[in-house]
Design a protein around this ligand. Structure first.
Ligand SMILES: [Ca+2]
Ligand SMILES: [Ca+2]
Length: 313
């Protein structure tokens, strides 16, 4: 039997926030249930998928949280990584992210850095290395070169002889890219006229194949009828590759079998009662957290401007 309550408050820390659930004055709750306070509750932008189950998602309206009573927040913020910033170098550089202490994130810019443009007639390369068995991930947060004249190339390997991943120019933000091995090379070339601001990106190491959080596969599988969900879509703001979902939860279920899961999936994923969301989308799993409210916080990264489906199951 599952007894899962989600509630929460969240982390402010000065980041931009989207309030997903605000328990104040019964606004924004998911649904009333056996353990809920009385009152009128609404889904407030969330889709609840309970099927025929009696499980209830509840948002407490009890005292004491960041925004009124209890809420779930998503926080986004621009990261900078002190000591871990690389401009496109005049001559080739190999960057070992692990030995530099930058596997958790490094800022990567054109030759002009974050504040200036690249130069004319550039031909520069850099290679980032993750530890063996991991991959290099790159999330672009801004991009502007002269279309059809100033090109950024990404190669899946240690040099420009490695397979070409993509060629980027103009004002279209490159997609999030990653190596298949543990190295990724960039080359930038510009012609002799007209320069722009270049790019800003975040480079980090991560395990294959599930992306930023590297959540390992799980071997747990339920009987089909007890899987319920609630979900809504959230768009990452421009320039914001990271999203942190924070909440206070109570999770009291069978130690063997009952979990609260948090997923971030493409909007093509539609949760169905009785069916688990694919584990590859999971960013958090909680079981036997206890009878008291416990704060949880999970961060994932995606493509700025893209819409994702946040799913609690
Ligand atoms: Ca140019
Ligand atoms: Ca720049």
């Amino acid at each position: 039997m599952r007894t899962l309550y989600i509630l929460g408050l969240l982390l402010s820390l000065g980041w931009a926030q989207t309030i997903l659930v605000d328990g104040t004055s019964n606004a924004g709750s998911f649904e009333s249930g056996n353990a809920c306070n009385t009152g009128t509750f609404t889904a407030d932008g969330w889709t609840i998928v309970n099927g025929t189950q009696t499980n209830r998602w509840a948002v407490n309206t009890g005292a004491g949280a960041h925004h009124g009573s209890r809420a779930i927040y998503i926080s986004t913020y621009n990261y900078t990584f002190p000591g871990c910033a690389y401009n496109m170098p005049p001559s080739h550089q190999d960057i070992n992210l692990q030995s530099a202490g930058c596997c958790g994130g490094a800022n990567f810019y054109d030759s002009g850095g974050s504040g200036s443009s690249y130069g004319n007639n550039e031909n520069r390369t850099i290679t980032f290395y993750a530890p063996a068995g991991q991959q290099v991930y790159v999330v672009f947060t801004s991009f502007h070169t002269e279309a059809n004249y100033d090109y950024l190339y990404a190669y899946d390997g240690p040099n420009t002889l490695s397979p070409l991943i993509g060629t980027y120019h103009g004002t279209t933000l490159p997609p999030t890219i990653n190596s298949t091995g543990n190295s990724l090379t960039f080359r930038f070339t510009s012609d002799g006229l007209i320069t722009y601001s270049g790019w800003s990106a975040i480079v980090f190491c991560g395990p294959p194949p599930t992306g930023c959080m590297g959540i390992p596969p799980h071997d747990y599988n339920t009987g089909s009828s007890s899987v319920v969900h609630f979900y809504r879509d959230v768009t990452l703001p421009a320039g914001e590759p990271y999203m942190t979902i924070s909440a206070y939860v109570k999770v009291q279920g069978e130690g063997c079998c009952d979990y609260l899961d948090i997923f971030v999936a493409p909007t093509s994923v539609t949760p169905m009662a009785g069916t688990e969301v694919a584990a590859t989308h999971r960013i958090g799993r909680y079981n036997m957290v206890g009878s008291g409210w416990t704060q949880i916080s999970r961060t994932f990264c995606g493509t700025p401007g893209q819409t994702y489906r946040v799913i609690f199951s």
